[in-house]
Design a protein. Sequence first.
Length: 190
Amino acid sequence: MRTAFRAAAVLLLLAAVAVGSVAAVVAMNLRTYARLTYEQPVLFIEFESLAPQRFAATVTRATRTEPQRFELAGDEWQVDARVLKWSGVANVLGLDAYYRLERINGRYSDIEQERTAARSVYSLHEDTRFDLWAFARSHPSWVPFLDGFYGTAAFLPMASGARFEVTLSQTGLVARPANDAARAVSQAWK
């Protein structure tokens, strides 16, 4: 009887360690995402013209103090993000939606030029060994408390001196002009 009790205790301990390990891996991966509770600023982006259809983009994220600088080709800029949205039960337990900025790229207004001209794409996140997004896509039944996961993007034209604010809400990314140069180029954009 004592041996059976010890075996059951060992199995229970191993199961607890396994569950704890999985929880730790998921929690560590969620640290690569930021909480999304309401519409909030996620980044500011400002442009300086380098040449025709070449811009230096200075990106300042809400979650970082150091700005990043990228050289973008094209007429427009685009920012992409991934969003993890939890079911009602998970929300009650304190899990709000999470987002992770994925990439920034330049794009051309002309589709033919988009197909043939030089491209510029940069990652806005660090790669991780485990990604909850990819896991949820591969094994949706294993993550039943995940209500949805989706990508979202926003794009607007580039112009020297233009500054934009990008916010994220439960419905996706929203880019807005943040100065007169950005308002002017946005109004003239077709």
